[in-house]
Design a protein around this ligand. Structure first.
Ligand code: GLN
Length: 242
């Protein structure tokens, strides 16, 4: 089996170790004998989105987002939206998540349009939400308490077409007031959890890989890995932030 992963704007959108998500997706595949290609998608690239199984879009400062927002919406928007509607798996963190929504109005007053793959919008605030975060994710995995690290001024609000990725146990999440964190539709998942997210929550990585394999091959076989160390680390962090 073989998976093709797109890593979009790795130079401009990569903070708090977001690249670790790619390392985990690749390594957990290789350990199961699944080959992986990871293509970096840079601004200006012409992309055949139909060939990809999974896309990762990391976080970035407002300034990094401003650099790529036009390219993202104008050059990639419609074909990427079509691929997501067709079930391509997407994980987007923080700044990437914000640009999957309808728009992000920055703290400085600039409005960056998003591609509207998720029915969410984001307003930059005066206060930053910074710190460890724990979330009960609403996806079918055995360990649904996930941990991460958030740092954002944007406050994200869900429209009627969006379902939260999960419920905040500790931390701010989408907006610090409604206890929601992230958003999901079909195989598209966005959230504020840096950390990096997937190294800290390896079963979420397997969930994404399963969805990608099911779409490509009609079935997914992911034998369990020895995640005891990750499990201990996760429990320690959950206890600490609760
Ligand atoms: N620039 C965005 C904000 O502060 C996203 C930050 C990030 O990706 N960590 O809201």
């Amino acid at each position: 089996m073989h998976l093709r992963i797109a890593h979009i704007y790795p130079a401009q959108m990569n903070i708090y170790g977001d690249r670790g998500n790619i390392i985990v997706l690749r390594q957990r595949s290789l350990w199961r004998g699944i080959d992986v290609d990871v293509d970096a998608i840079h601004p200006g690239a012409t992309v055949d989105w139909a060939r990809y199984d999974l896309c990762f879009f990391g976080g970035g400062q407002d300034s990094g987002q401003a650099l790529i927002a036009d390219d993202f919406v104008v050059r990639q928007g419609s074909e990427l939206r079509a691929a997501l509607a067709d079930g391509m798996v997407m994980l987007a963190i923080c700044g990437g998540y914000q640009l999957l929504g309808t728009y992000f109005k920055t703290h400085a007053g600039q409005t960056l349009p998003g591609i509207g793959a998720l029915d969410v919008h984001t307003i930059g605030g005066t206060q930053r939400s910074i710190g460890n975060i724990a979330v009960t994710v609403d996806v079918p995995i055995a360990q649904r308490s996930c941990i991460g690290f958030e740092n954002h001024s944007g406050q994200t609000f869900l429209g009627s077409g969006a379902r939260p990725l999960g419920t905040v146990i500790a931390g701010s999440g989408n907006n610090g007031s409604d206890k929601t964190e992230g958003a999901q539709v079909h195989n598209t998942f966005g959230c504020y959890m840096h950390g990096s997210f997937l190294p800290k929550n390896p079963l979420f990585a397997d969930f994404l890989l399963s969805r990608a394999l099911e779409r490509r091959y009609g079935h997914a076989e992911l034998p369990p890995l020895d995640d005891r160390a990750e499990g201990v680390a996760q429990r320690v962090m959950l206890d600490r932030v609760r």
